[in-house]
Design a protein around this ligand. Structure first.
Ligand code: PGA
Length: 258
């Protein structure tokens, strides 16, 4: 099964950075200026800043906006939460869901991830589902099982028609996030194919498997970015640390716009 899609997705996850509005605007502008110069038919560039900066940026520009999380209800007594409806009204097109840092520090479970994906789809915000194994799981040889389990649980009771053209999946091995360690392109490719197989099994055909972009995330930088897509057949990258350096981030974007 071919993994490659026509568009490459380069998504920056700023996490809880930067501290100031002024710095956020400067970073965003630097990326946007460059993205206006490239062929956006080839690359979809998405920036996921902290919630508080989302309304500072132009949501109709070439750089698409993403949130780093979403809540599963649309409104009501849910202190501290942000809904798909609120995000969409701000022009936010994407939301990262189930990032390992939220699973680890905020106790986010596969069941919550499933509810959040449903809410994002219902609210017309594209979910970027994050999955990946810990170092211990990898060393025990459990990576495949973990991936199968996370994907199946995240997509429970989600009809195929809702996913097509909406869902994005990011394979982010937890041991690779922020560590400088990166799996080989062969390993990344085999996980990409596994995810496609799981989609084909869940939906009983290849439509979802062929339409859902699969990205890689974890210690992506200007030196390894191109191979992690070119040699793996994946559809793009979810970038943390290197997305905080606009010059490096746009250098990566430019490689895929040629
Ligand atoms: P990193 O983070 O690129 O800094 O490893 C990736 C992520 O957590 O999405």
């Amino acid at each position: 099964m071919d993994l490659k899609q026509t568009k490459t997705y380069i998504i920056g996850n700023w996490k809880m950075n930067p501290a100031s509005e002024a710095d956020a605007e400067e970073m965003f502008d630097e990326v946007e200026d460059e993205v206006y110069k490239i062929d956006d038919e080839k690359v979809e560039v998405v920036i996921c800043p902290p919630f508080v900066f989302l309304s500072n940026f132009d949501s109709d520009g070439k750089v698409k906006l993403g949130a780093q999380d979403i809540f599963w209800e649309n409104s009501g007594a849910f202190t501290g939460e942000i809904s798909a409806d609120m995000l969409r009204r701000l022009g936010v097109r994407y939301a990262i869901i189930g990032h390992s840092e939220r699973r680890q520090y905020l106790g986010e479970t596969d069941e919550m991830v499933n509810l959040k994906i449903k809410a994002a789809l219902a609210g017309k915000v594209r979910p970027i589902l994050c999955i990946g194994e810990t170092l211990e799981e990898r060393q025990r040889g459990d990576t495949g099982e973990i991936i199968v389990n996370q994907v199946e649980k995240a997509l429970t009771e989600i009809p195929e028609k809702d996913l097509i053209g909406n869902l994005v999946i990011a394979y982010e091995p937890i041991w690779a996030i922020g560590s400088g360690a990166v799996p080989s392109p062969d390993e990344v490719m085999s996980i990409g194919l596994l995810i496609k197989k799981i989609l084909a099994k869940i939906y009983g055909n290849r439509v979802a498997a062929e339409s859902v972009p699969i990205l890689y995330g974890g210690s992506v930088n200007r030196d390894n970015a191109f191979d992690l897509v070119d040699k793996t057949g994946l559809s793009g990258l979810l970038i943390g640390g290197a997305s905080l350096k606009p010059r490096e981030f746009v250098e990566i974007v430019r490689r895929f716009a040629k």
